[in-house]
Design a protein around this ligand. Structure first.
Ligand SMILES: Cc1ncc(COP(=O)(O)O)c(C=O)c1O
Length: 389
């Protein structure tokens, strides 16, 4: 099985592997990094082949969002997500966080407020704050199934009158929720009522487990088009995040013009590698993705069955993503105690819940996209360390 193959990434300038000493104080040859969201798997062959083709041509000039690129995205959205995207509604940018930063410039003013549902992927709040906009964090609520739900009444109570945008992470990171049709409708209604732009970050759209279906926001609520920007990417799906490319889908012409204006102002144009890799991944990576989803599902089961047996730990049941979200509040252990007792003993680098904003404390996020042999070793280390607390 191709995903069982162990790749030595140490010394390849991998942020995940080569930063464990500076970021976590762990020893690179003993550590198991389970933090940043990239996978220890090789990308599909179609992607590697296109890089090889480009290297053989040896000319790396400028590129456009050509018909092949547009068709690859439209075809993928239609096949995988039953969503009809118009080819002229697409832009290629340098990643999803880049797209969020552009959208903030395009659709809000300094000192406007932007709503997010916390805990959420930390770079979102980082770009909001860096842009001089105010952040409104609306806490997600753990429902009876142990999964997150959105509490729009709580959101209403946190509004300050300056809000102009809402950024939704769909599927959600961390916690792995796949928002249902009714939930998306409620968010759309809320946005309409408060005159908010919706930025739907759908980067994890393909990493969804078989009992669940991701519904693109625009498909769920077509009437949201005049206030909706959708962000998708091949980078998480096919493990090419280092390429820093992303696809922006804007169906509304007026919104598109505003986005384009900021692209011009900031001189952002597509990367030839981003265009080629995206096209190759969507055209040739589907079978690879099907196999990946089976493998990740097995890893998820393995992780949850070990972690949930440890008293005081609770892993949120994932509907999507390879990012397991573990609640350790029942242990009454501070983060510094966790670092001293568990992290230093296990040499496992996980993401700290605090970095995901409100409601993240007392949680850890573990990236399980790795060969089973390594995951097994990580789980043994965690089991021994937590059982000895
Ligand atoms: C929800 C979400 N959005 C965006 C990103 C990063 O996207 P990019 O690397 O394209 O900026 C991540 C990375 O983990 C993510 O989880």
């Amino acid at each position: 099985m191709q995903f069982d193959k162990i790749h030595n990434r140490i010394g390849t300038n991998s942020e995940k592997w080569d930063s464990v000493d500076t970021l976590y104080g762990l020893s690179p040859d003993k550590a198991i990094p389970m933090w940043v969201a990239d996978m220890d798997f090789q990308a599909p062959e179609s992607v590697t082949n296109i890089i090889r083709d480009m290297a053989e041509r040896g000319i790396y000039g400028y590129a456009r969002e050509d018909d092949n690129y547009r068709q690859a995205i439209c075809g993928w959205m239609e096949r995988r997500h039953k969503w009809k995207v118009q080819p002229n509604s697409l832009f290629s940018v340098h990643g999803i966080v880049n797209a969020i930063a552009i959208a903030i410039q395009a659709y809000t003013k300094p000192r406007d407020s932007i709503i997010i549902f916390s805990p959420v992927y930390h770079a979102i709040s980082r770009v909001v704050k860096a842009s001089g906009r105010r952040l409104i964090e609306s806490p997600l609520v753990k429902g009876p199934t142990g999964k997150y739900t959105i509490d729009l009444e709580a959101t209403s109570n946190r509004l300050d009158g300056n809000e102009t945008m809402l950024i939704l992470c769909s599927p959600h990171n961390p916690g792995g929720r796949v928002w249902r049709q009714e939930e998306l409708e409620q968010v759309a209604l809320f946005a309409e009522r408060h005159n908010l732009m919706i930025i739907s970050d759908e980067i994890h759209h393909d990493l969804v487990y078989s009992d669940f279906t991701h519904i693109p926001f625009e498909k769920a609520v077509p009437s949201a088009q005049p206030f909706l920007v959708t962000l998708t990417s091949t980078t998480k799906t096919f493990n090419i995040a280092g390429m820093h490319t992303g696809n922006v889908i804007i169906s509304d012409e007026k919104l598109r013009a505003k986005f384009k204006k900021v692209l011009l102002e900031l001189a952002i144009s597509p990367s030839s590698f981003g265009i080629e890799m995206t096209t190759a991944a969507y055209n040739g990576g589907e079978e690879w993705l099907e196999r990946l989803l089976v493998y990740l599902n097995q890893n998820k089961t393995m992780f949850d069955s070990t972690i949930n047996k440890i008293k005081g730990l609770e892993s949120m049941p994932l509907e999507a993503t390879y990012l397991c979200w573990v609640d350790y509040r029942a242990l009454n252990m501070s983060l510094s105690d966790y670092k001293k007792k568990i992290e230093s003993e296990t040499q496992i680098a996980a993401s700290y819940g605090e970095t995901f904003g409100m409601g993240g404390d007392g949680h850890l996020r573990f990236n399980i996209a790795m060969p089973k042999k390594i995951l097994d070793s990580a789980l043994n280390r965690l089991k021994n360390a937590f059982l000895n607390v």
